[in-house]
Design a binder for this molecule. Structure first.
Ligand code: ZN
Length: 242
């Protein structure tokens, strides 16, 4: 099976659309790793688009905050302002879509979660030590996560040794001999100094992973954010990719 793997869309519909167009014909199903909403100006559009596609999704901290399951005080002032806006915007269908999502999904050879298995909604996997802790909880050959908006590829062999791999465009996952933890980066608010929308492609039969990026119309999103009175800081960071 071939999967499109996306995370941290953050209500950026033009970025999501660009990813779907760029990857068209290369996947059978979508795996979405949370934070569909928050920060960005198109929460309902993103949820509507995902709900008409063959998608398996888990919730992120922003998704839960937008439906009242996580306290807004958990967030910094910019995120909090955007979440207060998002709460007002969400229509009943969007709220229901988000409320149905389970924090951890185990299926076939993969496990999906937003942050980490130690705390699916709010914890982070940022280094090999975090990865090691999470490999000890992972029961499938693959763990797919998001939350940091940074791309990661860790593996753990039968000897228990954790390796952090470089982010080459195409990687062999060796699913028979090791476990892998992968973060595709953020579709709607990348933070690696490259503002293009990030996503991953997974081929479970060939055991292959691809890191991808695609350009989208950032000024159009910024304009819409301005009109929606979302925080200036969030508008600027889209163009900087930080
Ligand atoms: Zn996020």
């Amino acid at each position: 099976m071939r999967y499109l793997v996306i995370s941290d869309i953050h209500a950026n519909f033009p970025a999501l659309t660009a990813v779907l167009e760029d990857s068209a014909g290369e996947w059978d199903r979508i795996l979405c790793l949370g934070d569909i909403v928050g920060y960005g100006p198109f929460p309902n559009e993103c949820i509507r688009e995902l709900s008409r596609l063959p998608v398996r999704a888990v919730p992120g901290n922003h998704d839960w905050a937008s439906i009242g399951r996580l306290d807004l005080n958990y967030f910094n002032e910019h995120a909090r302002a955007a979440l207060a806006w998002t709460r007002e915007q969400l229509d009943p269908d969007s709220r229901e879509f988000l409320s149905r999502l389970k924090p951890v999904v185990m299926e076939d050879i993969f496990t999906l979660f937003h942050g980490a298995l130690t705390g699916p909604i709010t914890h982070y996997i940022l280094d090999s030590l975090d990865a090691e802790e999470n490999f000890s909880l992972l029961r499938t050959p693959l763990g797919l996560f998001g939350h940091s908006h940074l791309r990661f590829f860790f593996s753990c062999g039968t000897d228990g040794r954790v390796v952090q791999h470089s982010l080459t465009e195409r990687s062999n996952l060796d699913l028979l001999h090791r476990q892998n933890l992968l973060n595709p980066g953020s579709t709607g608010q990348p933070r690696e100094g490259d503002p293009r929308a990030a996503y991953g492609l997974l081929d479970t039969e060939e055991g292959l992973w691809f890191f991808r990026r695609v350009e989208y119309d950032i000024p159009a999103v910024q304009q819409y954010m301005k009109e929606s009175h979302l925080p200036d800081y969030l508008i600027r960071r889209l163009a900087e990719g930080r």
